[in-house]
Write a protein that binds this ligand. Structure first.
Ligand code: DLL
Length: 444
């Protein structure tokens, strides 16, 4: 591994926002006043909220302390779809400075809007996240998140600019070109999905370029679940520090939470702008305590164009105490989304569990996909893990590695599966958010 001549800037040299350093008590007082404003604002301006609050028999004046939030109804992706395109907006169209939308793979797209102030707050929070992850003013930032209706590209771009970086807006895809620009422009940091960064590293190796030899020192990765094992893989092959950034378009976009490079212990939720809760995904009336696993729910505290009340993210995680930013709680790694969970013969399984296990087996690469089938005439579903071997491994090595993976999945997840070790480069590479699950079971 090549070491860089210049050491990364010390993480403590940054000037933090005042809200990053306030006490938990001060933060909670701020949350309460902002929350009271937001629920009243949403009730007055968005018919859906008025209807839902009235149906649930709650009124904004019922919110006297933070715990009262639990009395208010949830908002779901379905609500946003039904209000397509602009029914959730709380300001007239001429005050909406920008629109983003989800790709809408199932059903209608979900549309979100931002006022000028929302865009400024968003940029500030992305800047805060990037700074926490080691990025500093003056650094060159290669932004490989997709530009367009997806919030990743433009959201990360505005944040890097607000921080005072030089932004290279390459977007996702065109991997060869990404590599050329990384070599020529010598960026300090890269922003991408973890699987796309893996695609870039892989393509470098194919070209005979050592991914550890580039100018890159920091990566800020998100938009899809990833594991500590994947962090280790990327940090060692690329000689970088890799941190997490989390967010979702319905709540804002990237920068709802960001990870500190000095602790690398999960993303701090920027609680001066969002109030998180964890609920029992199967019994949403139960709000769970810190440390308990469940579904993450967010209420925005400052948004103007699209205030969002108790949005059910479907992301499964838990809340942990703040560390590098003590007042702001951290989120544990996202195990997966409740709608991405594979239920195989009664056992729940997430792709990230397979990633965690596979990456501990030295012969196997991080390139894998999961195929679900139901063979003709059978009532049992079958899981096949297709995974590429590492270039350096012999055929004998592969056979035993496949067996180990199969056994480890049985032990740690509880599912029987078939493991199919395939040739390096034979599985589809990521261009952004990678699809891991291929469900080929007959529908209905
Ligand atoms: O993916 C926003 C984003 C862009 C975040 C760039 C980080 C970096 P959506 O397309 O609305 O927005 O997808 C949101 O992606 O509910 C999670 O399931 C997943 N996700 C986002 N960040 C992470 C992360 C953007 N750090 C959905 N870890 C969310 C795990 C993540 N999952």
């Amino acid at each position: 591994m090549t070491l860089h001549a210049t050491e990364p800037a010390a993480a403590t040299d940054a000037v933090l926002d005042r809200e990053e350093t306030i006490s938990r008590d001060e933060l909670e007082a701020l949350q309460l006043s902002r929350l009271q404003h937001t629920v009243a604002y949403a009730y007055d301006r968005v018919p859906l909220y008025k209807r839902k609050f009235d149906e649930a028999g709650v009124h904004p004046t019922d919110l006297r302390e933070l715990a009262d939030l639990g009395k208010f109804p949830f908002t779901t992706k379905e609500d946003l779809r039904l209000e397509y395109p602009f029914g959730m907006f709380a300001v007239p169209q001429n005050e909406v400075a920008r629109i983003h939308a989800s790709s809408g793979t199932t059903g209608r797209a979900t549309v979100v809007g931002y006022t000028k102030k929302d865009l400024a707050d968003w940029a500030k929070l992305v800047a805060r996240s990037l700074r926490a992850s080691g990025v500093r003013p003056g650094m060159k930032v290669h932004n490989a998140y997709g530009y367009g209706l997806f919030t990743g590209g433009m959201g990360a771009h505005a944040g890097a600019e607000a921080l005072g970086c030089t932004v290279i807006p390459i977007s996702g895809g065109q991997t060869e070109r990404q590599i050329t620009l990384i070599q020529d422009f010598k960026p300090d940091a890269i922003l991408a999905t973890p699987t796309y960064l893996l695609t870039i590293a892989d393509a470098m190796m194919k070209q005979g370029i050592d991914p550890a030899s580039t100018s890159l020192k920091y990566a800020v990765l998100g938009a899809e679940p990833w594991t500590e094992e994947m962090r280790h893989e990327l940090e060692t092959t690329m000689n970088i520090k890799a941190c997490d950034i989390y967010g979702l378009s319905e709540v804002m976009g990237p920068g709802v939470a960001g990870e500190a490079v000095e602790t690398q212990d999960g993303s701090h939720i920027w609680e001066d702008h969002f109030r998180p809760e964890i609920i029992d995904a199967f019994d949403p009336t139960k709000v769970l305590g810190d440390g308990e696993h469940g579904e993450l729910v967010f209420t925005s505290l400052t948004k103007e164009a699209l205030p969002i009340i108790r949005y059910r993210t479907k992301d499964l995680t838990r809340l942990l105490p703040g560390t590098a930013r003590p007042a702001h709680r951290r989120m544990g790694r996202i195990t997966g989304r409740s709608d991405d969970m594979i239920i195989l013969r009664g056992v729940n399984l997430f792709p990230s569990q397979i990633e965690e296990i596979a990456l501990r087996i030295p012969e196997l690469s991080p390139h894998f996909q999961l195929e679900l089938t139901r063979p003709e005439g059978q009532r049992m579903d079958q899981l096949t893990v297709k995974i590429e071997r590492r270039e350096s491994v012999t055929v004998e090595g592969v056979a035993s590695a496949a067996k180990v993976l199969q056994q480890q999945i049985k032990i740690h997840v509880g599912s029987s599966c078939t493991v199919n070790v395939v040739e390096p480069g034979s599985l589809e590479r990521s261009n952004g958010k990678l699809r891991r699950i291929y469900d080929m079971r007959p529908k209905g």
